[in-house]
Design a protein around this ligand. Sequence first.
Ligand SMILES: NC(=O)c1ccc[n+]([C@@H]2O[C@H](COP(=O)([O-])OP(=O)(O)OC[C@H]3O[C@@H](n4cnc5c(N)ncnc54)[C@H](O)[C@@H]3O)[C@@H](O)[C@H]2O)c1
Length: 331
Amino acid sequence: MTKDNPILVTGAAGFIGFNTAIRLLQRGEHVVGLDNLNDYYDVQLKKDRLQELDNFENFSFVKGDISDREGLTKIWSEKGPFRRVIHLAAQAGVRYSLEDPYSYINSNCMGHLTIMEMCRHTENFEHLVYASSSSVYGGNEKMPFSVKDEVCKPSSLYAATKRSCELMSYSYAHLYNIAQTGLRFFTVYGPWGRPDMALFIFAKAIAEGKKLPVFNNGDMKRDFTYIDDIVTGVIGCLDNPPQRVNEKTPPQRVLNIGNTKSEKLMDFIHIIEKEMGKKADIEFLPMQPGDVKETYADVTETTELTGYEPTTPISVGVPRFIDWFKSYYKI
Ligand SMILES: NC(=O)c1ccc[n+]([C@@H]2O[C@H](COP(=O)([O-])OP(=O)(O)OC[C@H]3O[C@@H](n4cnc5c(N)ncnc54)[C@H](O)[C@@H]3O)[C@@H](O)[C@H]2O)c1
């Protein structure tokens, strides 16, 4: 917890990075946040998150790109070295990967490699925790999704980049003994959430009286995970780095981090309607390319290794999001 062992959080202006940084700061860690503040969604929301982080003395922010080798080397020497890294910066979103595939390779693949290279050259490096995604399971029909399931049929380029990160990490753990944990997040939601994700889109459409697009005619299920549970899991993982057991077992692992309950999309929408005090004007649409019908997490290994136990049902988490949404947008 000392100043000479700061934690680097990449994607600190993003939804999960911001919330993770706050919790670390609250427990007295020194946190350096890195983000390129790209305009994939509202930049003002990212700046407002950073303003909240600025309230902490033990926080500092650097604007930079994770795929920029020289820039990252400079940040490491000026603000680091970082022996603990929580790497959450990425080009997120399944649907956008059909529109701008190159941004996914730059940020998710080149960015991941650059972060690993920095870790590799850091003396006494402790742990790299990085974001993967439930999307690596593709159209897996076996429920719940287990880390033991095969993951070689990604349904989108986004999923392919996340699976690539897991494979690159395995090789670096094997070659250079860098302790790493990849976390497969399952549809994270909550206050300060992402404007391109379902909950935000639905709340906004209802508030503005606009049509609410619902794909696959509403026949979808998601393992919605509340942000506070995610943050507890991310930090629990950070504090429990994997060890090398023997020559054949590198110090790395990939874990599911979900809510262990797959909810019907329409039930989710009904809670939003109730909290907004307004009915949604639903427009049922066909399945979107790249999307998957259902996600459902088996977190057995995550619980065993880190004590992770999600506690927030959507009946509690969605109202918390709507409270934040109404207050942030003064509705
Ligand atoms: N939110 C979810 O439900 C979910 C689900 C599965 C996986 N994930 C993964 O978790 C991580 C965090 O997701 P999030 O929901 O907070 O997304 P987010 O988009 O809110 O945060 C990502 C942040 O990374 C920054 N960024 C993007 N490319 C960058 C680059 N090249 N250099 C520096 N910064 C860059 C963005 O500006 C953004 O602030 C991502 O890796 C995402 O793919 C999220």
